[in-house]
Design a protein around this ligand. Sequence first.
Ligand code: MLT
Ligand code: MN
Ligand code: ZN
Length: 306
Amino acid sequence: MKIRVLGSAAGGGFPQWNCNCRNCAGVRDGTARARARTQSSIAVTGGSGGCWALVNASPDILAQLRANPVLQPGRAPRDTAIAGIVLVDGQIDHTAGLYMLRESTRPWPIWCTDSAYADLTRGNPILQVLSHYCGVDRRRIDLDGERFTVEGVAGVEWQALPVAGKPAPYSPNRAVPVPGDNVALIITDAVTGKAACYAPGLGAMEEPVWRAMQSAACVLVDGTFWTDDEMIRLGFSHRRARDIGHLPQSGPGGMLEWLEQLPAGTRKILIHVNNTNPILDEDSSERAELTRRGIEVAWDGMELVL
Ligand code: MLT
Ligand code: MN
Ligand code: ZN
């Protein structure tokens, strides 16, 4: 199984169009050693090659497709290597790209939970709109841990686990989150049995996802914020990381403490990194701390083989 990181940044991307924080200004004018990154998405294919599942449809999907020619095999006048789309939530950074995929020659098979489906047909009715173009073949993601497969992506098994998080601001559930607003995906190679745990939004570590992380060969987890008050300190928001469904890396009970407890052989990767996060600066002390702890930061184009 191969996982290709299409976009490793959180909502807004890096640099964010209207942001002049240290990182964004630094990557723009070349004074910070940092790579630009597009918004959150990965693609997954089985051992035998062939088609891919797109996990999250980023607002940057068209640039991501251009940067990853393997997703355009060119077998027919209209073609794509994307066999289906799996969504971990209904947020803008994971769904706005669906509009850009409207020229599909067949209805898109889209896997999502009931609560994400409700958001995407009510608060932000993207799936309704898409049904006027290529159509949508919605597949339900159950929360009972039942395995599913994405047709066309042979040799890969999927499971979703509800995680603590926050639905998008337009969600009817915004004030009272329900299980399934955000999920972690356990993506397993059917032959090697090796699994990746992908959780770009993880508001708190709870038992089911923690168990899954402990048995995964590789974890790709919420790398949004370094500190809980990162956006407050910069004057960009009044909300803490935890309030918007992202466990910060530093501090008591933070992601670093959890990752520390994983088995030595587990590959640990932070993904969905917000542009304000100091780990994006490769010369920062925070990045050095990650390196010391054996934690990687995902980048666009990173490929994992499991
Ligand atoms: C989040 O996960 O909190 C986001 O990246 C929000 C967004 O899409 O702007
Ligand atoms: Mn996001
Ligand atoms: Zn910024």
